[in-house]
Design a protein around this ligand. Structure first.
Ligand code: ADP
Length: 403
């Protein structure tokens, strides 16, 4: 069975074609500049030359048509007919409180997704265009939605409720939703396999990329997570400030004369590692600058590693213990200095990093234990694979519908 995984943005559509039986990606790529001049497709297949073409795509339906004709092209494609694609799995950023697991697309599901628009307007609008585009270009092919927020829906109310008047939560659905749920779910699942059980496990998963979040996963279920009402909450990120004193927001607005949307742009695009270092949002640049003695690059990274350490400590307290820590995503998988600094001083919790293994662990495709053999708590680097989860959920749901 082939499953097409789609991640639709407002003017782009990323895709991966999965062969479920062989557990591999057959092709992947992106349609860009949808609805603009010079829209194009960039298509990659393992072992073959990349294929790039400028093709008119006035909307997402056109983009899906171009994608299908590329996948079925005798020259650059990998399937003979569209009928080989048995289902489509869509990545959806926000499912509000409506979706606690992946779902088969029905009219009722699409109506509920419409209600999530307010919570993530740009993303939800784009996802809906992608879903409608697939329905129009691939009639009769089952569609499944996989939500970034779903895995976090198991949080208890005292973890997801903010200390604001309850009426405002009811009126605007203001609460903690979390993000990167598909990634946290994947790496927590892998960690449970390594531990040999799910029930009785207490795992902290650190997804550290351009956007970063940390989750406390007890018995395979999230009990707390660092991202909140929006993906601006929690850790310092590439360009996002993460949690700051809320009074800073009104202070800066007053003193810099920012409107609400300017302030939102500022907190999302000008803060974090970029804002503190004044240099870059990318950890690779900061790493080089630190070696050259750049003080603010060092400060930017120190803030991040200190925050990671604090989350590990607080989530261990929240779960009443700890069985494993997992690092994943761009920084988590590749920046040994950040992993080492975040775990430094956590020996009292039973965490001891092996400096040699840790330093050698980057760009791996397999899971690596970076803690010492005598570390009470195992610490792992587990490469995340959100598309794999989306493809598998889609396959599982479509098969269960057929039964
Ligand atoms: P996104 O949140 O956009 O998916 P990623 O998970 O790709 O982001 O993470 C991007 C971050 O990971 C950047 O700060 C980048 O410097 C870092 N990163 C990615 N690959 C590497 C690498 N090979 N070595 C060091 N850092 C890396």
């Amino acid at each position: 069975m082939m499953v097409l995984v789609v991640n639709a943005g407002s003017s782009s559509l990323k895709y991966q074609l999965f062969d479920i039986e062989r557990e591999c990606v057959v092709a992947k790529g992106i349609c860009e500049r949808i609805g603009m001049d010079e829209s194009c497709i960039k298509h990659k297949m393992p072992g073959r030359d990349d294929y790039n073409a400028t093709v008119p795509m006035k909307d997402h339906t056109d983009a899906v048509r171009v994608l299908i004709s590329t996948l079925t092209s005798p020259d650059v494609g990998c399937i003979t007919d569209m009928s080989e694609i048995e289902a489509v799995g869509h990545r959806v950023v926000h499912g509000g409180s409506y979706f606690s697991e992946s779902v088969f697309v029905t009219n009722e599901v699409l109506e509920k997704l419409e209600l999530c628009r307010d919570l993530a307007p740009l993303h939800t609008g784009a996802h809906l265009m992608g879903i409608h585009g697939c329905i129009a270009a691939m009639p009769g092919v089952p569609q499944v939605l996989v939500f970034d927020t779903a895995f976090h829906q198991t949080m208890p109310d005292y973890a997801w409720m903010y200390p604001i008047p309850y009426e405002l939560y009811e009126k605007y659905s203001i609460r903690r939703y979390g993000a990167h749920g598909t990634s946290h779910r994947f790496v927590a699942g892998e960690m449970c396999k390594i531990l040999g059980k799910t029930e009785g496990t207490k795992i902290i998963t650190c997804h550290l990329g351009n956007g970063s979040s940390i989750s406390a996963v007890k018995d395979g279920k999230v009990i707390d997570t660092s991202m909140g009402f929006t993906p601006l909450d929690g850790l310092e990120m590439g360009t996002r400030c993460g949690s700051i004193d809320p009074a800073i927001v009104t202070f800066i607005m007053e003193h810099e004369g920012y409107t609400p949307s300017e302030m939102s742009d500022f907190m999302n695009k000008e803060c974090g590692l970029l804002g503190v270092s004044g240099l870059s949002s990318d950890c690779r640049d900061l790493g080089e600058a630190i070696l050259a003695g750049h003080k603010r690059a060092k400060l930017a990274e120190d803030i991040l590693t200190y925050q990671i350490k604090k989350y590990i400590g607080s989530y261990a307290a929240a779960m009443g213990g700890l069985d494993a820590v997992v690092f994943t995503a761009g920084i988590g998988e590749n920046r040994d200095e950040i992993r080492a600094a975040a775990c430094e001083g956590l020996e009292f919790l039973g965490i001891k990093i092996d400096p040699v293994v840790n330093e050698q662990t980057h760009q791996q495709s397999n899971n690596v234990r970076i803690s010492t053999d005598d570390s009470k708590i195992p610490v792992y680097v587990i490469p995340t694979n959100e598309e794999y989860v989306i493809a598998n959920d889609t396959d599982r749901i479509v098969h269960s519908m057929k039964k």
